[in-house]
Design a protein around this ligand. Structure first.
Ligand SMILES: NC(=O)c1ccc[n+]([C@@H]2O[C@H](COP(=O)([O-])OP(=O)(O)OC[C@H]3O[C@@H](n4cnc5c(N)ncnc54)[C@H](OP(=O)(O)O)[C@@H]3O)[C@@H](O)[C@H]2O)c1
Length: 327
């Protein structure tokens, strides 16, 4: 079968190539999925560029991609929750990475039936970003009438998070640049802050929650705009002690600057390292079918054009999800 693989660490153009490899074999708890579409995420190109090689070392060559939608082609002899022919979607576990390929095997516990009212391309864009947003916002304890700032509302995670937070009854502020303001507003955000024209810290403050999807100074500056006792929930800042453990980092302490900010504001700092979760995929399926969440697709590339798809995503300017279609 054909697969888009990371063959060496470095620039995307040199690190990725389409190779002919053996079709994966199904273990007892796995399903074999005929891939119809795969969506791309920043973690994929960060792995190819070598930025994560200390934390997640790869045995190269390895097939790229974590998000998939497709059709069950085979199942292991202990799988009871899926049948051949079922239409599914999933964020595969790390050890089964490799969704940008004609076939992928996935532990059936990590899979859910795809929402029925959307295409394979749209469905493939939901698992990783949707699970990330849900897990980060649940950790923050989001509830009705909370005032929340979601950074990068036009990104894969942000565009899902806005819709999810609105469905929970929150009052949503979000940041993006001028070209995205109108369509991000249409996702339901109460106040879209154009970071080219406005200082978000002047517009949004005394917040219950900041969802930090940008990291660096944005993580630290979040403490200026939360209320006393507020929550900063991050997917791009330093790990918390809890998430460091999940990431396999032992003897970790929160950086001193961050600890001080937490203490001074009597605040809570949460960090999420997204985990596959089929119950939450089922929750997303229901929300999509009931019209609470709509998938936001920027561009769809062919499998043969997969390297260009990754180059585009790595500019950091995508408007929603970038998809590779194998249909
Ligand atoms: N910890 C985890 O488990 C986890 C899970 C998922 C993602 N992540 C990380 O979270 C980050 C976001 O992921 P993603 O999939 O949403 O990325 P993405 O789709 O590539 O984000 C692109 C978007 O970010 C916006 N953006 C860039 N700089 C901005 C700024 N300074 N202010 C406001 N918006 C800005 C861009 O809008 P403009 O063009 O308008 O600037 C663009 O629409 C990545 O670093 C990713 O690795 C972590």
């Amino acid at each position: 079968m054909k697969a888009l693989q990371i063959v060496k660490y470095g620039e995307i153009k040199e690190s990725l190539s389409i190779n002919e490899i053996e079709k994966p074999s199904v273990q007892a708890n796995d399903i074999l999925v005929e891939v119809k579409a795969a969506s791309l995420n920043p973690i994929d190109y960060k792995m190819a560029q070598g930025y994560l090689k200390e934390m997640v070392p790869l045995d190269l060559p390895v097939t790229i991609g974590f998000d998939v939608s497709g059709v069950v082609a085979e199942k292991g002899n202990e799988v009871t929750n899926f049948e051949v022919g079922d239409e599914i979607y999933a964020r595969v576990p790390h050890e089964q990475m490799g969704t940008v390929a004609e076939f992928v095997t996935i532990n059936s516990d990590k899979v859910a039936k795809k929402p029925e009212n959307i295409s394979f391309e749209e469905a493939s864009g939901l698992p990783l970003t949707g699970l990330t947003a849900i897990q980060a916002l649940e950790k923050a304890g989001i509830k009705e009438d909370d005032r929340i700032l979601i950074h990068a509302g036009s990104g894969g995670v942000g565009s899902f998070a806005i819709q999810y937070a609105k469905a929970k009854g929150a009052i949503v502020y979000t940041t993006t640049s001028t070209k995205n303001v109108d369509w991000v507003k249409a996702l339901g955000a109460d106040r879209v802050i154009d970071y080219k024209e406005e200082d978000y810290k002047e517009v949004a403050n005394n917040l219950d929650i900041v969802f930090d999807t940008l990291g660096d100074d944005y993580t630290f500056d979040a403490f200026e705009i939360i209320k006393e006792g507020g929550v900063v929930t991050s997917i791009a800042g330093p790990p918390s002690e809890e998430s460091a453990k999940i990431m396999g980092i032992n003897d970790y302490e929160l950086p001193e600057q961050l600890s001080k900010l937490v203490k001074d504001k009597s605040a809570v700092y949460k960090h999420t390292w997204m985990q596959p979760n089929s119950a939450q995929l089922n929750e997303i399926k229901t929300m999509v079918e009931e019209g609470d969440i709509k998938p936001i697709v920027d561009l769809i590339y062919s499998f043969e054009d997969g390297v260009n798809a990754y180059q585009y995503l790595s500019t950091g300017r995508a408007q929603g999800k970038v998809i590779i279609s194998l249909s």
